[in-house]
Design a protein around this ligand. Structure first.
Ligand SMILES: Nc1ncnc2c1ncn2[C@@H]1O[C@H](COP(=O)(O)OP(=O)(O)OP(=O)(O)O)[C@@H](O)[C@H]1O
Ligand SMILES: [Mg+2]
Length: 470
């Protein structure tokens, strides 16, 4: 049988589980298919006994077959090989398992060897936004806006580390003591961050932002009450009439999702260039160039920063520049692009309010080494940014657009803004869900009115603002 060790059959017949040093990681070219039969078991309680049985069989399997030989095989074929041998081990050792348990166990062992191990069932679920692994024994997920602890566990930190290694090696990177921080992507586009010991003290910490194939649309956000229908219309007009937009919000507040929605209203004729750290945006327009930054290689060379990308963009005759996340000196380049004829450029940044977003922009420019007086930087911001859309994840787990704010000018040294739409919280219902409403602040003629008129959208804008109520 392919992959089976020639000489040693002892493990099959040994009365006691063979003690094997922690198994070596297997280099597998292709990960196993994501959907696995273990998907159904995510939340089932598994006993200590189950884990012990699994460990015993796993060790016996490692003694019996040359797992590295499975590397070159088709995943289906490799699974079949493993199934046959595990069946044999179970029979010889007289392990008592129901058919369902046995199938479950085989499926999990295949996932361990060929794929992402205990993560497979979580990766197969579409309702999960984030997977957070804090060492081998603590795996959390965020689903429906709520953080939950799962009973998924890794055998030990070594198994977790092997899986981290397998993930990052797919994008040609390595994670170990020498380079313990690593960003990567799964083959399906999910964003991955690994931080390994000694930096993370209780074992490797792995964070995955699951890639959603079907990105949320603005209608979905309306259905989730993240924005009112009239508010959505205002956002649509803002996107269509080439306002420069900054989307501000905390971690996981829905910034990228919102950015993706707003890009949906860009005219198909416009040439768009996107710059991201890990490509998440899914633009539907035909004329898009997607750029991605590059971390330094193992020798610390070859880094291409966001600022490099944004600078280069300007030489690519863009009509709109979309920056996935602004977090450093690229803020300067983006603002320059915004006020040098690339109207309709957009970006996201981490901040808790539109005001804070403005000061973040200012400090990113200052920290980028541009020694400009504060007032000049502020004038530059006012000249560039038209609208700030604030996203937030509320304490009930729901995500809301909490403000649509315009940047309208300077008064002395201070940037003046005006809110167009605000989310007002009224309280919470019996289930702890936050109740509130999006309201217009009553501004009938926003500063981008002329722009809307230029695009023949002023009537729609007036209607939408009217409908947003006061
Ligand atoms: N309005 C919404 N309602 C429900 N779920 C949402 C909403 N907006 C975003 N999500 C989901 O929340 C998760 C995080 O969204 P997203 O990636 O857009 O956040 P982010 O603010 O860009 O996060 P990060 O700061 O990590 O980049 C995704 O799974 C997304 O599908
Ligand atoms: Mg994001």
């Amino acid at each position: 049988m392919f992959g089976k060790r020639q000489s040693n059959n002892a493990a099959l017949s040994a009365p006691e589980p063979a003690k094997v040093e922690s198994p070596k990681p297997v280099e597998v070219a292709q990960p196993a298919p994501q959907a696995s039969t273990s998907a159904a078991s995510t939340s089932s309680d598994r006993s200590e006994e189950y884990y012990e049985t699994k460990a015993t069989i796993f060790n016996a399997l490692f003694e019996t077959i040359d797992v590295s030989a499975l590397a070159g095989m088709q995943p289906d074929r490799a699974r079949q090989e493993i199934r046959v041998i595990v069946d044999e081990i179970i029979a010889i050792r007289n392990v008592r398992l129901s058919v369902a348990e046995q199938n479950q166990l085989i499926s999990e062992i295949c996932d361990d060897i060929l794929g992402y191990g205990p993560l497979e069932p979580l990766l197969a679920r579409d309702d999960i936004a984030d997977i957070m692994v804090n060492g081998a024994k603590h795996v959390f997920i965020e689903a429906n806006g709520k953080m939950q602890k799962t009973n998924i566990r890794f055998r030990d930190n070594q198994q977790l580390m092997n899986i981290c290694q397998r993930i990052v090696s797919q994008v040609g990177r390595r994670v170990d003591e020498a380079s313990p921080i690593c960003d990567a992507r799964l083959l399906d586009g999910s964003r991955v961050n690994v931080i390994a010991p000694p930096l993370s003290i209780d074992g490797p910490a792995l964070t995955i932002r699951k890639f959603k194939k079907d990105k949320l649309k603005l209608e979905d956000l309306v259905n989730f009450k993240s924005i009112s229908p009239a508010g959505a219309k205002v956002l649509q007009i803002i996107g269509a009439c080439q306002c420069n937009i900054v989307i501000s919000g905390g971690t996981g507040s829905g910034k990228t999702t919102l950015l993706n929605c707003l890009t949906g209203f860009i005219h198909p004729d416009e040439r768009i260039i996107t710059c991201e750290d890990a490509a998440e945006l899914q633009l539907q327009q035909p004329h898009v160039v997607r750029l991605e930054t590059r971390p330094p290689n193992l020798e610390g060379k070859g880094k291409v920063s966001m600022a490099d990308l944004v600078k280069n963009c300007l030489r690519m005759r863009p009509e709109r520049i979309i920056v996935g996340e602004v977090r450093g000196p690229e803020a300067f380049d983006l603002l320059q692009a915004m006020n040098t004829g690339h109207d309709g450029s957009m970006g996201t940044l981490h901040a808790n309010s539109p005001r804070e977003a403005l000061s973040r922009l200012e400090s990113m420019i200052t920290m980028g080494g541009f020694s400009l007086p504060a007032k000049t930087i502020r004038e530059m911001i006012v000249g560039s940014v038209d609208v700030i859309v604030q996203a937030a994840r509320l304490r009930d787990g729901s995500r809301r657009i909490t403000k649509v704010t315009e940047v309208i000018g300077m008064e002395g040294d201070v940037i003046v803004t005006q809110d167009l739409i605000v989310y007002e919280m009224d309280g919470e219902d019996a289930q702890g869900n936050i109740i509130g409403e999006h309201k217009s602040t009553g501004i009938a003629r926003p500063a981008f009115w002329d722009r809307a008129r230029y695009f023949n959208l002023e009537k729609e804008l007036a209607e939408a603002l009217d409908a947003a109520g006061g």
